[in-house]
Design a protein around this ligand. Sequence first.
Ligand code: ADP
Ligand code: MG
Length: 301
Amino acid sequence: MKIAILSRNENLYSTRRLKEAALARGHQIDVIDTLHCYMDITSNNPSVRYEGRQLPAYDAIIPRIGASITFYGTAVVRQFEMMGTFSINESVAISRSRDKLRSLQLLSRKGIGLPKTGFAKHPDNISDLIENVGGAPVVIKLLEGTQGIGVVLADTEKAAESIIEAFMGLKANILVQEFIKEAGGADIRCLVIGDKVVAAMKRQAAAGEFRSNLHRGGTAEIVRLSKEERATAINAAKVMGLRLCGVDILRSSRGPVVMEVNSSPGLEGIETATGKDVADLVIQHLEKNARPNATRTKGKG
Ligand code: ADP
Ligand code: MG
């Protein structure tokens, strides 16, 4: 097959591993810098151009779109979809996953376990908002944060009110969420490919920290999933329309609850913690599933 990875930097661990895995399985692979792609969308023969030439027809693309380039990155993926190229994750699904509120709304519609979550624009109903998710302590999140930045734990009602007021004053979009204390600063990252969880790790927050992000000093180890956790992760991926994703779950007293679904999951942490060759499994998935004009959404929401 002829495969392209859309990535800003070919030295990043995940990009490097995917390239190695594709080569090892006898495929041709190009790493293309997403922001240097440009598009011809006026003609009825859509194409993507790169470094002064039209890109060849690929059998599949693997988009690795960072959160800071979602708008342009998804436009590039959409352009490939218009050309009939198979993308392991569709542009619409990537856009959905980048908005925590939109993701939670989609997941709740399908009855997937979630932390109780509220969202509001105006400061006149803050106390009801806090009460509705079970009262303090609550977690307050910026809608488009990543790597734990923009996620705050408010211990008391007073603290929660002033943090929410401050965020609202800055016109930031926020979620107010039930704090799952019993998770003990740990979450479970389930790496889903197609309809399978191929690897799972438990991330534990550093001492004195409730956020388990590896970027915030968390540590990771392999974990055995319960049947319910496995089914929850697979369902969440399906609802989001993602074939490759990381589903983050908290172990709550009422069962697994999904915190977020990441459409460009990093491979380094999970391959190191589990010893699984996830990159090879991604390429195997493309071998079995990549075919032209298979995009379900065709760029439509
Ligand atoms: P980000 O996108 O920045 O990673 P998350 O929503 O994943 O934001 O939150 C970061 C971390 O904070 C999570 O990995 C988890 O450890 C912790 N956390 C987030 N929400 C909750 C919650 N409702 N209850 C308990 N811990 C939470
Ligand atoms: Mg997270």
